[in-house]
Design a protein around this ligand. Structure first.
Ligand code: G6P
Length: 412
């Protein structure tokens, strides 16, 4: 933005710019949530658009006219707690919001695309959203579809082999992750079909996509993503049920179960996590899961390291024996997701080397030193998020603003 003969000249180059107007001011911002609250009219700039604003508060575009109605983000009633991270964890009660507005139609469209797809499917995202992609990959396998999951920061290496024979599905809470935007710009110029699963409306990735599904979980403020992950996983569960049963019956029951039992279940998890974190003298934490719980284990580890700076790693249970088992000693705490015989055999390998095993899931096991009961995957995810939150707070840290990290990363 530059001052130019009493006028403001605004130019957009890669990072998002939205200009809002109300009766007595213009607001120029990269964050459409602010503009939504304060303005009645908006314009979303595309790359290389110029806009001139004069002191009479009139504005004109120097190249094309771009008036777009700003689509509203969903407002979720805020729950007052001392940290945004905690209130956002609790806001996962509102899962039915994924059906808000026209989103069910968007979800059906994506399901039909997948059903009738004779294209190769690529899934891509960064950070927490990448773990959602990996979870989607396992769910598509259950339906007999093999997809390729690519880290957003590695996506550019694949561009030469991607043509219109591919369907690209990306996940992003913010819709502004630079590592995704760069390859998507090239792919959209080459007319490759892009479908995105986003939370923030009017984002750069929305405008690069042919169609979108929205999380509708409300604005996420805490740097470490929590509710967006719960909503991403749940949207994938909806898609997967529609692919398998062509019905929303099962998933609606689950939504009711989660929302009816939410306070009681989450309260129990909070108490149990409080007990556990002061019980053991540890210096590293592992999370293990198999199949679709592998990405959930990765996310548990990411959450903990992001907000507590503790050394934590997530593993596919079966992979431990190929190297990482060497790290296990009596100061290793391992969260074991589920208790099927395969993951239990991995837990036993850790236990015999002195590690402490905490089970998460529906059923206790004699191999567990402690157990957090979680009767739905969403409660398991919430338990992992609470583990991160509680460790962070117990170390006197601020979970909302972890050192060295940013909510939306637009740089390479
Ligand atoms: C940053 C944030 C992470 C987030 C990742 C991807 O690294 O700190 O919490 O998971 O970006 O963000 P996105 O908005 O694309 O989901």
């Amino acid at each position: 933005v530059i001052n130019f003969e009493d006028k403001l000249l605004v130019h957009k180059n890669s990072n998002p710019i939205i200009i809002g107007k109300n009766s007595d001011e213009f607001i120029i911002s990269s964050d459409n949530n602010i503009i939504q609250e304060l303005c009645d009219e908006f314009v979303v700039l595309d790359d290389d658009d110029f806009c001139l604003i004069d002191s009479e508060l009139s504005f004109s575009y120097l190249n094309k006219v771009l008036k777009k109605t700003l689509k509203k983000n969903v407002n979720i009633k805020e729950i007052k707690t001392t940290t945004f991270m905690e209130s956002e964890i609790l806001e996962q009660k509102n899962l039915k919001n994924i059906f808000f507005d026209e989103n069910l139609k968007n979800i059906y469209e994506l399901v039909n695309k997948i059903k009738n797809c004779n294209k190769k499917i690529i899934l891509s995202a960064a950070g927490t959203s990448f773990h959602a992609c990996l979870f989607f990959h396992y769910k598509l396998l259950e339906y007999g579809i093999l997809s390729q999951v690519i880290l957003a920061s590695e996506f550019e290496n694949y561009l030469d082999i991607i043509d219109d024979d591919f369907l690209i599905i990306v996940f992003s809470q913010s819709g502004e992750t630079g590592d995704l935007i760069r390859p998507l710009k090239i792919l959209s110029q080459n007319c490759v079909e892009i479908v995105s699963v986003l939370n923030n409306r009017n984002s750069s990735i929305e405008y690069l996509s042919k169609s979108c599904v929205f999380l509708n979980c409300g604005e996420e403020i805490s740097v470490a993503s929590t509710k967006a992950f719960g909503f991403q996983i749940f949207i994938i569960e909806v898609i997967s049920d529609l692919l398998k049963y062509n019905s929303l019956k099962k998933i609606s029951k689950r939504i009711n179960f989660i929302s009816d039992n939410f306070e009681v279940e989450v309260d129990k998890i909070f108490k149990k996590v409080d007990e556990i974190i002061f019980n053991y003298d540890i210096d590293k934490v592992f999370f293990i899961g198999r199949n679709s719980l592998f990405p959930i284990a990765l996310e548990g580890a990411l959450k903990l390291k992001e907000v507590s700076y503790m050394h934590s790693e997530g593993f596919a249970g079966g992979e431990l024996k190929h190297g990482s088992l060497a790290l296990v000693d009596t100061k290793t705490l391992v969260f074991c997701l589920d208790n099927n015989s395969d993951i239990l055999s991995n837990a036993i390998e850790i236990k015999t080397r002195g590690g402490i095993i905490i089970g998460l899931g529906t059923i206790q096991s004699t191999e567990f030193d402690d157990f957090i009961k979680t009767d739905d995957l969403i409660f398991m995810i919430i338990a992992l998020q609470i583990i991160g939150l509680k460790y962070s707070l117990s170390l006197g840290l601020s979970p909302d603003k972890p050192r060295n990290l940013a909510k939306s990363v637009t740089v390479r």
